[in-house]
Write a protein that binds this ligand. Structure first.
Ligand code: NOJ
Length: 806
């Protein structure tokens, strides 16, 4: 059973059966304005912030057959009334002759045929714009003329998305709608909570005269809402009621008589859903996008954006699935996670005070630097504003208000209010930015720390470099009994929450990696004192890790507050954790023999055909002393599930020790593109990485959930491009150091780097996994494997021969 196929030529995935196991989605626009379009046309749209400025009411928990946020109804005039159906299949569920949902880059196009009417709807947000456009084309493919009406509809939410569900008196008392009709019959139907009526209105409008409209859900569905979305009673009347709602559940439905369409004839309609201060303010742009040619042009601009975005790095390897992923789907997912952090998906609902995650976004930045370094820098700057003056950071923040919070630790009285990893990730993001762009001036930019006075003015500011130093010092001075970093409320693994005093091996290794970056930076900046200081910090931590944390065959993961290890063979459950091993290698803490032994233990104890489990064996019951991990059954999420984010770290570690065959085996077994073949088991979209897959301790082994917004995207992209294909930006230039399957003969990469294009051809005549024998740049052999910075806007040929180093 398959639900669709990849069309790489058009950079689309095409869903051909609308009854997918769960909704499959696409993202349109950005967090500034945009949201989710599901594969049956439903939409969750917001502007600036899903928590405080949400526009459509989309309830993911409702069954897939239900109306969610928006739809389009068509009705065909018949002798005895109307045939009403949705060309999106949902919510009317009529039998279809054709159904295709083209999941494209920044747009979704639904093509369907019902009752011999072919409908093609392209849904997108123009670049940098504040409106969702639906370009609707309807063709009569029957041999009879048909009289047709089109009724696009939106259901609104209160902008405060949580209040919508929390207060069913206040919200409906405030919700209002008002219609603006011009002489030609065009209608702008606005909606707002009363308090926003002069400042912020939502609207639905079109480019075709509207014969009537509805703004009240009860009237639209009819019979006190015993009419349904599948069969709204009002659509069996000639006209809607033209009611301007003064309270209640607000919708916008616009009834257009499109007239009689002859066989083979096509008619069209363009709708816009947007938000602005007022109708007057919105009108110029509304008029602009009422023009079909303009809409066409804007779609071309969107395609051009993606051409440019993707052209920054294109690969040609012997593996078709890797090519599809690295050339299209993985960078698109990285773009999405950079935009939405963990804020809004079908699984992360963006209600309340969740906001942008500090650690998540810091890692997301690393996935987009090839294509969007400027945007990466802006996000880094935003993140640094929620770093505290002691060097630690707030855990999450709201991007509209820049108010930050301490995440889940707020809910546990007496628990430490910081996470031991947050502030360290940003160091990796900043140094990655510097290496990608060479823009060292960024280090001197002054950014405030989070603490404010009574007037909300920052108490202290510091340069970016100062922020980095303080992050290091925070970990350096917050260590426990073994001299390892204190866990705080948690580290990367949010769900292991131990007593104050517990230590984290992961934080130790992340600290080690951050120190390596700081040493390299200090060296590059010519600061021998900092080099010496951080080298001492690094050496001391390395020594402590190897002294205390080596368990015989692998590294333990935590020391609890009483000093007992977690992630040790002495434990009954949770004996081995993947992160304890991968990060000991990434940090360089593990000497070669321990590195190999630990990674072999991962292969033996944690690897499955669906990916590497986070840990094993799973805990069998709730244990408040361990925290959230024990709320899951064995095999789910952080309790022995395949938490995909961690898999690329093992891949990276394997490339560091030179095992390209195993790295690639791990890479391939989680490649979502390959999941199209086992989709009944996998269930989620095969065009993006999910956050989690059920592990082999769970009866539904292989089932994916929480697609799209996962750090897997950024790390898998880094693992694929920088570690397997081995093209890594450094301060001095682009390093070429592949670690590939020995059987590969060759591969090619085109990569733009600091204003030049590098055309890289790698040959592997000796069939090694790793090792560079020679590098020629523009026909001349160079010493080493770092290709210099050209910055001349030109193309440069790089020929690499792999083999045993001379
Ligand atoms: C999802 C969270 O967004 C991320 O920050 C965390 O690292 C993982 N869960 C693991 O707990």
């Amino acid at each position: 059973m398959k639900y669709g196929y990849f069309d790489d030529d058009n950079r689309e995935y095409v869903i051909t059966n609308p009854k997918t196991p769960v909704k499959w989605i696409n993202y349109v626009g950005t967090l500034a304005f945009g949201g989710i379009i599901d594969h049956t046309g439903g939409a969750l749209i917001c502007k600036g912030d899903p928590a405080l400025n949400r526009i459509t009411k989309y309830i993911p928990q409702l069954p897939s057959s239900e109306f969610k946020g928006t739809t389009l109804y068509l009705r065909l005039k018949q002798r005895d009334g109307y045939r009403v159906f949705s060309p999106y299949f949902v919510p009317t569920l009529d039998p279809y002759d054709l159904y295709e949902c083209h999941v494209g880059l920044g747009y979704t196009r639904i093509v369907s045929e019902f009752y011999e009417m072919r409908t093609e709807v392209t849904i997108f947000v123009p670049l940098g714009e504040g409106r969702v456009i639906r370009d609707i084309r309807i063709t009569n493919v029957s041999d009879q003329p048909v009289e047709i009406d089109a009724i696009p509809i939106v259901e609104y939410t209160h902008p405060d998305a949580l209040k919508q569900f929390n207060n069913a008196d206040w919200v409906p008392q405030t919700m209002q709608s008002k219609a603006y009709r011009d002489e030609s019959g065009l209608v702008i139907l606005t909606q707002y909570p009363f308090m926003n009526k002069d400042t912020q209105i939502n609207y639905l409008t079109s480019n075709h005269p509207v014969s009537s409209f509805e703004s009240d859900r009860r009237r639209f569905l009819g019979n006190n809402e015993y009419g349904t979305w599948a069969n709204p009673l009002s659509l069996h009347e000639k006209e809607l009621s033209n009611y301007e709602a003064l309270r209640g559940d607000n919708i916008a439905a616009l009834l257009h008589h499109l007239g009689t369409i002859q066989p083979g004839e096509t008619t069209g309609l363009i709708t816009q859903l947007g938000q602005d201060e007022s109708v007057e303010k919105a009108l110029p742009l509304i008029n602009r996008y009422r023009d079909a040619e303009q809409v066409e042009q804007t779609l071309k601009e969107l395609a051009a954006f993606w051409d440019t975005h993707l052209s920054r790095l294109q690969v040609e390897t012997p593996d078709a699935n890797m090519n599809s992923l690295l050339n299209i789907h993985n960078p698109r997912q990285c773009h999405t996670t950079k935009n939405w952090s963990r804020y809004l998906s079908l699984y992360q609902l963006g209600l309340g005070a969740r906001g942008i995650g500090f650690r998540d976004s810091s890692q997301d930045v690393m996935g987009i630097l090839v294509s969007m370094p400027k945007e990466g820098k802006e996000l880094i700057k935003q993140l640094l504003q929620v770093q505290k003056s002691d060097g630690s950071t707030m855990h999450q923040f709201n991007p509209l208000t820049m108010v930050a919070n301490e995440g889940d630790s707020r809910e546990v009285e007496g628990a430490p209010k910081y996470y031991s990893d947050d502030h360290l990730w940003i160091l990796l993001a900043i140094t990655a930015y510097l290496k990608e762009t060479g823009g060292l001036a960024f280090l001197d930019e002054v950014i405030p720390y989070y603490e404010k006075d009574k007037e909300e003015h920052p108490l202290e500011s510091g340069t970016v470099l100062d922020h980095m130093h303080r992050a290091i010092e925070f970990t350096q001075s917050n260590v426990g009994a073994h001299g390892l970093p204190l866990l705080g409320f948690a580290d990367w693994n949010d769900t292991v929450n131990l007593q104050a005093g517990a230590e984290s091996l992961f934080a130790a290794s992340l600290y080690g990696k951050a120190l390596l970056e700081m040493i390299e930076l200090a060296r590059h900046l010519g600061d021998p004192e900092a080099v010496a200081q951080y080298t001492t910090y690094y050496g001391t931590m390395k020594q402590r890790v190897n002294k205390h944390a080596w368990d015989g065959e692998w590294y333990v993961r935590y020391f609890d507050a009483d000093g007992s290890p977690i992630g040790s063979r002495s434990n009954e459950k949770g004996q081995i954790y993947a992160n304890g091993q991968s990060w000991s290698v990434i940090s360089g803490f593990a000497p070669p023999d321990k590195a190999r032994t630990a990674l072999d233990a991962v292969h033996r104890r944690l690897n499955t055909c669906n990916g590497i489990k986070l840990s094993t064996p799973g805990y069998e019951g709730f244990d408040p002393a361990k925290g959230g991990t024990t709320t899951y059954p064995p095999g789910a999420k952080e309790n022995g599930g395949i938490f995909l984010h961690t898999n690329p770290w093992v891949i990276i570690a394997e490339t560091i020790v030179g095992n390209g065959d195993r790295a690639f085996e791990y890479y391939s077994q989680i490649n979502p593109v390959a999941k199209n073949e086992v989709i009944e088991q996998f269930e989620c979209e095969p065009y993006v990485y999910p956050q989690n897959i059920l592990g082999d301790e769970h009866p539904q082994f292989g089932l994916a959930r929480n697609s799209w917004l996962s750090g897997t995207a950024s790390w898998a992209y880094q693992a694929g491009t920088q570690y397997i294909l081995g093209l890594t930006p450094t301060y001095e230039g682009l390093q070429v150091n592949p670690c590939i399957p020995a059987k590969w003969d060759s591969f090619k990469v085109t990569r733009q780097f600091r204003n030049a294009v590098y055309q890289i051809e790698v040959e592997n005549p000796d069939h090694v996994c790793k090792g560079v024998k020679s590098v020629k740049v523009d026909g001349k052999e160079i010493a080493g494997n770092v290709v210099s910075v050209f910055g001349d806007g030109r193309m440069h040929q790089v020929e690499v021969i792999m083999g045993e180093e001379a």
